[in-house]
Design a protein around this ligand. Sequence first.
Ligand code: 2HA
Ligand code: ZN
Length: 277
Amino acid sequence: MDILETGFVKGFIRMADDGWKLGWHERNGGNLTYRIKPEEVEEVRQFFDYGKPFQPIGTSVLGLAGEYFMVTGSGKYFRNVILDPADTTAIIEIDDKGENYRILWGLENGGRPTSELPSHLMNHEVKKRVTGGAHRVIYHCHATNLIALTFVLPLTAEAFTRELWEMATECPVVFPSGVGVVPWMVPGGRAIAVETSKLMEEYDAAIWAHHGLFCSGEDFDLTFGLAHTIEKSAEILVKVRSMQPHKLQTIQPDEFCALAKDFKVTLPEKFLYEKKN
Ligand code: 2HA
Ligand code: ZN
């Protein structure tokens, strides 16, 4: 049995490669983490090396004490994940205080988990709590069209949610709670992690201005699908705005309500009726 044949490891690698193929992971851009299920941990425990020391996460995530994660490595390229997962990714364990992690597998030529580990783990902690443990994947990518929009739309959840919803009928069904927006901040530290995790109380997706997108979901398909849907919608908006400054027609508030009724989702009023820009 090879660890690379395990279901969750295969799913992780495929998702990283899909993101690379869509152009969202130039150089070492982006990062992916997966909270491993207890039964999956048992499947791969035989491959763990317990000899490495615990190291500080840089923040406190007591709600994740004792959890195991598969993570991409800091400075590693998504392009190379499929070629050499043991060099570019790792499995880590969180200690019982939720303050330290240790590498149990992977990063076999050295290195550290993703530079965005504080953001990922603080988002996981929030999402584990608010979804009753259902969400397991946090994904950060540099989605091109979405980044472009952070230069021309107001940096508010109202503006981004409403514009993205209007661009594709499936959007309000795929992300009914909307998308949050973090203003430009220095990446990689605790401050941006705190701001992002506050938004994750309410949203499954948070845009980082002039940087990229963070998505949370139950599994690889749902989380990748969320990022893909948001970026596709952003691409349509970029095309629309490139053709002419104003839309000739679009989906109206009462039409969103009809959609919500049929698809049994609740759409917050603030995205339907408030002026967006
Ligand atoms: O380079 O994307 O946000 C990794 C990143 C940092
Ligand atoms: Zn980034």
